[in-house]
Design a protein around this ligand. Structure first.
Ligand SMILES: Cc1cc2nc3c(=O)[nH]c(=O)nc-3n(C[C@H](O)[C@H](O)[C@H](O)COP(=O)(O)OP(=O)(O)OC[C@H]3O[C@@H](n4cnc5c(N)ncnc54)[C@H](O)[C@@H]3O)c2cc1C
Length: 663
């Protein structure tokens, strides 16, 4: 048995035990839960396929045999599994009624509201008309096989989703699919992708090391100091450097300006916040070491004086202790679990202590001014500009509570608002909270007269916005709603214009940066006949759990589909909550047939056919890379971290550059 086989068996055994619980079998209720199915009928059909003994239960051996077959069986085995699911009476044919029932149940399972012009009856009828070659009014296995094989995506996915639901182990599946690269090769490719980030990191470490060594080895005023004192001074010298650097990566105006210059290709502006965090960690480390070294040095030089004297009776000691307290407080409240929790204010307000830190640092060591003067001046200018910008008043022109918890706002564009596609802005709506500014991507193109933002209800502020908009809708209120807009600020998506071939992947609300980019590119290329950038082709993927979320930008995408004569855009919609495997095989084929005839998808109403389930990213991205080889293809992503890591790994393998926008 190979190691992959052993792992598979082990994983399946565990999956069986999890589903079977105390009993030694899986009944229809447990299977329904395992598959996450609403319909008991569908669960019964799947159970029937596993249940070789015919006792209405799946025992361990039947389970292992069935799931193994789903994962590793031949295409024909998998097709047979799907065929038997649909063939309810087991007569070796799928009749019109069987097909209709399966299609209706699959649609209900995915909560897809069919369009009036495309009811399940029409889907079943069209599939039969296309696939029933001998015109006997039913589908034989051969006819069903031919219809499915005409849809390679579906065939590739066939039964995989059922297997994954029953025995979830994506890593194992990835291993079965293809031999992975060695870890070392994968790491090297990733480093190659991030060479400028790496260069900056090395430069930062070397600069600290050089300053540390120079301070450690140097002597002050010809006096020899104790080794502890020297160590403390060396750490202090590094604190000078890091204290001067910490503000640079959070100067949004400077970063936005840098993005518009060729320097953005070399300076890793997208990683500015990561660099800020790194410098923060380094400052805490050097701060603690600096304090400890001086305490030890003091204790060994003043054996008779208590240590409290250092902190209470010397300015250096007292300010040093306060500096450490302030820095540690900021550091603790900036940790990811707090920042990403629902207590963002804790992070936000504790970080305002930065001003106290700089004052104390100058009291503690006035020579720090030599290091920090320029960054402090830059920061003061930034703050001045920000205050001026934040004072500008604007109005919310329209507000709409869309389905799936998203609120759409249309804002009056402030004067001199020089937006680039993909930019974001901070918004303050005094009617919701007087002191809170929240960042949102501008989802409309710069060419639009007004600004649009789409806000997903997540926590206090965004939920309060939704309630406010719902109240106004209920009262039919037309009273103007005041808003202040601080921006625009640059974001990673602005790099898209440097790529020739780009893949944009937005998950859920993560589509907002790409919406404005797509609109801008297609409008300029097709209406104004401008070549706005080097872009030759965009492959756009939008993943949503349910049908309603597609409504946010369906109108925009429909317009872009009709505008795009130059075929710049390739749109792929994926409904990840939908079933794309064997249980939905009939529906999938029928959707494909209907789409070929009426050119409209039943999920979104767009020309693009919606794909059910998650795409097989390794296959999809490899296909796009091959299509444009030897040219480079860049991948841009905005969405959850888990998917980001997965895509990053695949991109490293395929030599594709990966850029991520984090909300
Ligand atoms: C550059 C950028 C662009 C964004 N674009 C969009 C968008 O187009 N549509 C959208 O729905 N969301 C977007 N977001 C996320 C949005 O800012 C947060 O969902 C919102 O601020 C949450 O506020 P809350 O009080 O409702 O939630 P909370 O429960 O207070 O917080 C939920 C999470 O949101 C983040 N957050 C909260 N307040 C802030 C703040 N003032 N600044 C930064 N992050 C905060 C924190 O990580 C927190 O854990 C974007 C975020 C960033 C950084």
């Amino acid at each position: 048995m190979s190691s992959v086989d052993a792992q598979l068996l082990d994983s399946l055994e565990r999956a069986f035990e999890r589903h079977a619980g105390a009993g030694d079998h899986i009944d229809v209720t447990k299977l329904q839960q395992a598959l996450g199915l609403r319909s008991e009928y569908l669960a019964r059909r799947v159970l029937r396929n596993f249940d070789r003994g015919g006792d209405g239960l799946i025992d361990r051996e039947e389970f292992l045999h069935g799931v193994r077959g789903l994962l590793l069986g031949s295409d024909r085995d998998k097709l047979m599994f799907a065929f038997r699911l649909h063939d309810e009476d087991g007569d070796g044919f799928i009749g019109q009624l069987e097909l209709l029932r399966m299609i209706a149940i699959s649609l209900a399972e995915d909560e897809v509201q069919t369009r009036a012009s495309q009811p399940p009856e029409r889907l079943a009828h069209m599939l039969l008309a296309m696939a029933d070659k001998n015109l006997d009014g039913k589908l034989s296995f051969e006819e069903f096989e031919a219809a499915v094989r005409a849809n390679p995506q579906l065939l590739a996915q066939m039964t995989r989703s059922e297997a994954l639901w029953i025995a979830p182990n994506e890593d194992l599946l990835a291993r079965l699919d293809r031999a992975p690269l060695g870890r070392a090769v994968e790491l090297l490719r990733r480093l190659d992708n991030q060479r400028w980030e790496l260069a900056f990191l090395v430069l930062f470490v070397l600069a600290n090391a050089a300053i540390f060594a120079a301070a450690l080895l140097g002597e002050r005023g010809g006096q020899a100091a104790s080794p502890w004192m020297q160590l403390g001074r060396a750490c202090g010298a590094c604190l000078n450097l890091d204290g001067a650097l910490i503000l640079l990566p959070v100067m949004r105006r400077v970063l936005t300006f840098l993005r518009s210059t060729p320097l953005a290709r070399v300076i890793p502006v997208d990683e500015a916040l990561g660099f800020h965090r790194l410098v923060g960690h380094s400052m805490l480390g050097f701060g603690l070491a600096h304090g400890l070294a001086f305490v030890v040095s003091y204790a060994s030089g003043h054996a008779s004086a208590p240590i409290t004297r250092l902190f209470l009776h010397t300015q250096r000691g007292a300010s040093g202790l306060l500096l450490l307290l302030v820095l540690s407080t900021m550091w603790v409240f900036a940790l990811s679990p707090i920042r990403r929790s629902r207590r963002f204010e804790l992070f936000y307000f504790s970080h305002l202590l930065y001003a106290v830190w700089f004052v104390l640092a100058l009291v503690h060591a006035p020579s720090f001014l030599l290091w920090a003067a320029l960054p402090l001046l830059g920061w003061a200018l930034e703050s001045f500009w920000r205050a001026r910008r934040r004072a500008r008043k604007s109005t919310i022109l329209t507000a709409q509570a869309l389905r799936s918890g998203v609120t759409r706002l249309e804002l009056e564009r402030p004067p001199e608002f020089a937006q680039r596609a993909g930019d974001y802005s901070f918004l303050r709506i005094p009617a919701i909270a007087r002191h809170e500014w929240h960042p949102f991507t501008i989802s409309s193109a710069p060419e639009n007269a007004t600004l649009h933002v789409h806000v997903r209800s997540l926590g206090n502020w965004t939920a309060a916005l939704r309630r406010l908009v719902e109240r106004r809708e209920a009262d039919a209120s037309v009273e103007p709603l005041a808003v202040q807009i601080d921006g625009p600020h640059g974001a990673p998506s602005t790099h898209i214009f440097e790529s020739r071939y780009a893949v944009l992947i937005g998950a859920g609300i993560g589509v907002t940066p790409f919406a404005s980019v797509l609109e801008s590119v297609v409008r300029r290329a097709n209406l104004l006949h401008e070549q706005p950038s080097a872009l030759q082709k965009i492959h756009f993927f939008w993943l949503n759990r349910d049908q309603y979320s597609f409504e946010w930008f369906a109108a925009l995408l429909a317009e872009l589909e009709t505008l795009d004569d130059r075929n710049l855009l390739d749109v792929h919609m994926c409904m990840t909550g939908g079933r794309g495997g064997a249980t939905a095989a009939g529906l999938e084929v029928a959707r494909g047939v209907l789409h070929a005839v009426v050119q409209r998808d039943i999920v979104t109403g767009l020309k693009t056919l919606t794909h059910m389930g998650h795409p097989d990213w390794a296959v999809v991205l490899a296909g796009i890379a091959a299509q444009h080889a030897p040219e480079a293809v860049d991948v841009y992503f905005c969405g959850p971290q888990g998917l980001a890591r997965k895509l990053q790994r695949i991109c490293a393998r395929l030599h594709m550059r990966f850029r991520e926008e984090r909300f």
